[in-house]
Design a protein around this ligand. Structure first.
Ligand SMILES: NC(=O)c1ccc[n+]([C@@H]2O[C@H](COP(=O)([O-])OP(=O)(O)OC[C@H]3O[C@@H](n4cnc5c(N)ncnc54)[C@H](O)[C@@H]3O)[C@@H](O)[C@H]2O)c1
Length: 301
């Protein structure tokens, strides 16, 4: 199998001043990509800002013989998103890869969550991905090539106590990516998503004994693969961490069919719950119509 390289490719990695994003930026650059290292340079909760984080990573890339430029905008505003993409175009004249990675945490139980905590987290993770992806997608559509990698989380896809804001944003990203993937097919824009687990400043206090077994470097190859021309996959979500790589999917079971035109009683629902809940037989629809097909099948008997 030939080496995967990024000669003549330009990548944006958001939140690349540390943690997982830094590893992606370094590896993409090592393999030939010119990289926009975006980072606001704030704390884990998103407060504060500094140019140091992004600058340090750019320096490291340049010292290793690579090409990179820093951008300090926040992903969480339309202006910030536009400016990040503009940095790629102004500095390198093209854009092929976007890794939506920037993130913050404002954890607390749902009953105690403030409006600020909801807004801040949804603004960075979910709206941030919209704001950077939208101008990036437009350029990729024009050139007929693009690779977008989004960062969801097990907390969003499966749930985790104290992270309702984060979970909602991370699950929202999966919905965003599904539609972007479908719309990107025509233009050779592949859109995939990872749900990582790795020891970073964001998670070192949360992971317990697992922390020392989940190195961010173990996530990097999957993201770099999904960002490469070799990647023909789109519309996929992967669980990535500690050296394990696995597909995550949304499936729907065969279910229970009450009958064409039948309005079942509440008691009928209760009586048939076991069949409704059963997932022995299921499909993984890759668009709305594939799920509708199950209904048509039932309606046709
Ligand atoms: N580490 C894990 O186990 C884990 C698990 C699930 C999801 N994630 C996700 O992976 C991504 C990377 O997280 P990490 O673990 O490397 O944490 P991290 O805190 O080390 O990295 C996040 C980076 O994003 C930057 N950032 C924050 N807000 C920004 C903004 N508005 N604009 C630009 N940059 C901003 C931060 O300055 C920081 O450098 C995040 O989206 C996170 O939610 C991580």
């Amino acid at each position: 199998m030939s080496d995967i390289t990024f000669d003549n490719r330009v990548a944006i990695v958001t939140g690349a001043g540390g943690g997982l994003g830094k590893t992606y930026a370094l590896e993409l650059a090592r393999r030939g990509a010119r990289v926009v290292v975006n980072d606001l340079g704030g704390g884990v909760d998103g407060s504060g800002h500094s140019s140091r984080a992004a600058d340090t990573v750019v320096d490291e890339i340049v010292a290793a013989g690579g090409e990179a430029t820093a951008n300090y905008d926040s992903v969480s505003t339309p202006e910030g998103g536009a400016n990040i993409v503009l940095t790629a175009m102004d500095s390198f004249g093209r854009l092929d890869i976007l890794v939506n990675n920037a993130g913050i945490l404002r954890d607390t139980s749902f009953a105690k969550m403030t409006t600020d905590q909801i807004d801040a987290v949804i603004d960075v993770h979910l709206k941030g991905a919209f704001y950077v992806s939208r101008p990036a997608f437009a350029i990729m559509k024009e050139s007929g090539y693009g690779r977008i990698v989004n960062t969801s989380s097990p907390s969003g896809l499966f749930g985790n106590f104290g992270q309702v804001n984060y979970g909602a944003a991370k699950a929202g990203l999966m919905g965003m990516a599904s539609v972007m993937a479908i719309e990107g097919v025509k233009y050779n824009i592949k859109v995939n998503t990872i749900a990582p687990v790795a020891k970073t400043r964001m998670t070192e206090d949360l992971l317990g004994p697992l922390a020392d077994l989940v190195d961010p470097e173990q996530v990097t190859p999957m993201v770099v693969y999904l960002a490469s021309e070799a990647c023909e996959l789109t519309h996929q979500v992967f669980s990535v961490g500690g050296g394990r790589y696995a597909r995550i999917f949304v499936g729907v079971g065969d279910g229970w069919f009450a009958g064409q035109g039948v309005v079942p009683s509440v008691e009928d629902i209760h009586a048939n719950l076991e069949t409704i809940e059963n997932i022995d037989e299921f499909i993984v629809p890759m668009n709305n119509n594939e799920e509708m097909a199950l209904l048509y099948k039932a309606l046709q008997g």
